[in-house]
Design a protein around this ligand. Structure first.
Ligand code: ATP
Ligand code: MG
Length: 171
């Protein structure tokens, strides 16, 4: 369930946060009840984005994770105020093996976001990246809602309905 995702996210984020001396703020919309279909790997995809946000930010900054509804989508925003990405390189960061010029002093293989994008797209979602207004980077993930029950509007959790994860990634 989405509740599991949230608890897993905060659990894992707390762990990452601890080791990096960051704080991760998790915000969810308290008044929505809806379903999206994602694979179990979707979790890893989101965590990849959060890991990057922590990795490419100085310690003692806040990484913000917002999960909410926007029209017929569930959106997940991951915002950091880290080193940022040059505008001209924003599109390329999803390519396999690509590492932006301002990340050269960090260890990495440039595959995390490529895998992340594959997982999200396979789950009928999209991923976009923007420069943060002040400083840093914003990632936005959208997955379509396939069902929502307006009679249950007052429920305070979002439910993610996992589907069997049985395909290979690069289809
Ligand atoms: P790894 O495969 O180990 O994750 P990586 O972090 O270098 O290595 P990706 O996660 O695919 O690779 O990210 C690709 C590139 O995008 C990074 O090398 C970095 O230049 C840039 N990048 C990704 N996320 C951020 C971020 N939050 N802030 C700044 N740069 C980022
Ligand atoms: Mg990475």
């Amino acid at each position: 369930s989405m509740y599991d995702i949230i608890s897993q996210l905060s659990l894992t984020s707390d762990k990452i946060a601890l080791s990096h001396h960051h704080r991760v703020k998790l915000t969810t919309d308290p008044k929505i009840y809806l379903f999206v279909e994602v694979s179990e790997l979707f979790n890893h995809a989101i965590l990849n984005i959060i890991e990057n946000a922590l990795k490419y930010s100085p310690t003692d900054t806040v990484v913000e994770v917002d999960i909410k509804r926007e029209e017929n989508y569930v959106t997940v925003y991951v915002k950091d105020s880290g080193i940022g990405i040059d505008k001209g390189e924003l599109e390329a960061i999803f390519n396999q093996g690509y590492r932006a010029s301002n990340a050269k002093s960090f260890e990495g293989t440039g595959t995390g976001l490529w895998i992340t994008k594959n997982i999200i797209q396979r789950d009928s979602g999209t991923i976009e990246v923007y420069q943060n207004d002040d400083k840093g980077t914003i990632f936005k993930v959208m997955v379509p809602i396939f069902f929502t029950n307006s009679l249950e509007e007052s429920m305070d959790i979002v439910i993610f309905n996992y589907v069997e994860d049985n395909d290979e990634l690069d289809k």
